[in-house]
Design a binder for this molecule. Sequence first.
Ligand code: ADP
Ligand code: ZN
Length: 443
Amino acid sequence: MFFTENRTTTDSFWDQSAETITPEDLKALQLHRLKSVLQTASRSEFYGRGFKEIGLRADSISSLDDVRKIPFTSKQDLRDSYPYGLLCEPKDRLVRMHVSSGTTGQATAVFYTRSDLEVWADLLARCMYMAGARPGDTFQNLTGYGLFTGGLGFHYGAERLGLLTIPSGAGNSKRQIQIMHDFSTSVIHIIPSFALLLMDVMSEMGIDPRKDLSLKIAFVGAEPYSEEVRRRIEDFYGIKVYNSYGLSEMNGPGVAFECRCQSGLHLWEDAFLVEIVDPKTLEPVPEGTYGELVLTTLTREAMPILRYRTKDLTRIIPGNCPCGRVHRRIDRIRGRSDDMFIIKGVNVFPIQVEQVLMNIPEVGNNYVIMLRREKNVDEMIVRVEVTDRIFVEDMRRLQQLQKKIAHDLKGELLLTPKIELVEPNSLPRSDGKAMRLIDQRIT
Ligand code: ADP
Ligand code: ZN
């Protein structure tokens, strides 16, 4: 049992001793938990076999650096072991299952014991409290419930914290806005693409959230987004946006979260051991350098996952955070290594395109990148919604905007994509994570 009700909650901290633990005590705790999780993991078929092959045992680990004796675990390993290959507990100790949303390829299953759920809820309460949510707040959870971890994960965290929790789920824009209005919602959890969509719906309904609603805080995550999108959301709703990062393989949300300083996401190092590696060599990169985030669960019972290659690209932000939390911060996720596409020899992350687009006020809240191959020549088309219908009818302004977007994108990407401007709300939207890239090239 890792979860304790004996925490001290203060004005600033949900769990003061856990959040302000000294770096030495944190390291000792991590080492202790790493050994213990290794022991637990060896009960699973996957790790049991793997450890035996290389002669790895809990007593092989005598320092945190010894984590490197443990082989990496990849998404493919989880797929190959689907559904029960990583399970360490008998079925009568399991109380929940989720699956990853399957953004890329086949989904994978994750199991939780009661203690796993307690720890997870407590981590999320810690996150939300850190960002300023307090009992008395009304919390509306606008993400999919069900197999996606964002719904139930935040739900139980919010109830533990003592927020009035409204499980409004994904979609249903107008009803969401009605609920926000009728129950004076002050805190929301929402994915960035839905936050952008709701802005358009509110504008159409003539609602000014700054005047007509009581929103204060939004937890925004589950998919990559840029600083520019954060600013748009903050400006429109008149709120503070805090970045929320997690993945099903590591419980779900609650892995790393922004504090009120909004300068990086504290990764809860008492629950996860963090490494940043070069995705090609798999060697650790120096602190401050971008690489692939690799995580080890330190408290999980049902399904510990060791040295999991998240494919997410980020870096550790050097230095201490003024908020006083010892847990190190990761930077905004640049994207997954699988999101990167290569066009005409240039490596591009969709987020780079977003950054440029969202800095241009005439650009609306939705866009899609299309890659095509015409007569053996690759072509990149960026289809962009404009903010104002008149644009599409005013040839001169249209051409000016097209030129500006192409020029700014060339500055960032060093290649000139074709720009197509379309009317507001005309690009397809999904209830879940946004599909920003359509690659039609036959490879
Ligand atoms: P799937 O891998 O099928 O999408 P998940 O729902 O577990 O399943 O999604 C986790 C992934 O979502 C992360 O690995 C990461 O790529 C992305 N993600 C989650 N939160 C953020 C965030 N705040 N910023 C950027 N990407 C995020
Ligand atoms: Zn901080």
